[in-house]
Design a protein around this ligand. Structure first.
Ligand code: NCD
Length: 314
């Protein structure tokens, strides 16, 4: 493997296929580490990671925190709702202040799309994007693809269908870029009001009939309706949305037998997926969470040990 070069992980758009394969390979080793009795490696000993979450998060935040700890880094957690941001301090000042501690990696979740490249001017640390507005969520895509690779054996030539709130979803954008790099075909399915007008330019197929769209899919990614990002009504009612876009037992029958159903969480059961399918679909969704830890360990490891030869064997 080539030594890792990238200082920041800002989006899947900027990663090459080879870089993504490197992340998957390293994640594979870390998955094994997490199954051992002593689940810790000294790879990032002496490094400082700050998790800066300016937006709500449960699983991403926990997963990044544990990933840093499993690699023996010192991990600090910052949540905007309990910080001096409430006393009028700006995000830039917060980052400048943290710079006094010479952090090595800042993991940032923020409501503003595309803002991380600007914030990188105020720190010498690597920045890892944990979700920026409706732009990208690179580690979610990496964990989704890592899960698909494990289940299907390969990532090439698949038909991937993303269903739900495409307009507000950073997960959708990252997955479109990611799967396309492996020559898979991505389609989206949603009410027309939840599909950005220029999405065809991304080379995705657009559907508004879920029954039809499901038939050909090898992988289906169900998304949550992002109420917190919607300033207005994008569809008449939740009832109508559920009628047309919820994954129900009847609809699932239309899909291929080996079709994988993924969800980044949190799931609103009986909105995007019927709770009658919980027993069938929840195990894989929980596996995504487990894989998220390994993928985030891999990302932190690679940016944290950049320019050094790493010793994990192929
Ligand atoms: C996603 C997010 O925050 O973008 N969730 C996550 O990271 N686990 C998707 C969502 O909130 O629906």
């Amino acid at each position: 493997m080539e030594p890792w070069q990238k200082k920041h992980i800002l989006g899947i758009k900027d990663l090459t296929r080879e870089e993504m394969e490197t992340i998957f390979k390293i994640a594979h080793s870390f998955r094994e580490l997490s199954q051992r009795e002593v689940k810790k490696a000294p790879a990032l000993r002496g490094k400082t990671i700050v998790n800066l979450f300016f937006e709500n998060s449960t699983r991403t935040k926990i997963s990044f925190e544990l990933a840093g700890k499993r690699l023996s880094a010192d991990v600090l957690n910052f949540s905007s709702n309990m910080s001096s941001l409430n006393k009028g301090e700006t995000i830039v000042d917060t980052i400048k202040n943290l710079e006094s501690y010479h952090p090595d990696i800042l993991v940032i979740r923020i409501g503003y799309s595309h803002s991380l490249i600007n914030l990188s001017q105020y720190t010498s640390a690597s920045i890892v994007n944990a979700g920026d507005g409706s732009n990208e969520h690179p580690t979610q895509c990496l964990l989704d693809m890592f899960t698909v690779q494990q289940e299907k054996g390969a990532l090439e030539d698949l038909r991937v269908l993303i269903v739900g709130d495409i307009m507000h979803s950073r997960v959708a954008r990252s997955n479109i870029f990611g799967f396309q790099k492996f020559n898979s075909r991505v389609s989206v399915c949603a009410p027309p009001t939840l599909i950005p007008y220029d999405f065809e330019k991304l080379g995705v197929e657009i559907h508004d009939d879920l029954d039809q769209a499901l038939k050909e899919a090898d992988v289906v990614i169900m998304l949550r309706i992002q109420k917190e990002r919607q300033q207005e009504s994008f569809f008449p009612s939740i009832r109508e949305y559920v009628e047309n876009f919820s994954l129900t037992p009847e609809r699932l029958k239309k899909a291929k037998k080996d079709c994988l159903i993924l969800h980044p969480g949190p799931v609103n059961w009986d909105v995007e997926i019927s709770s009658q399918l919980k027993e069938i679909v929840h195990p894989l969704i929980l596996k995504q969470v487990e894989n998220g830890l390994a993928v985030r360990m891999a990302v932190l490891y690679l940016v944290g040990t950049r320019k050094r030869e790493y010793e994990i064997s192929d």
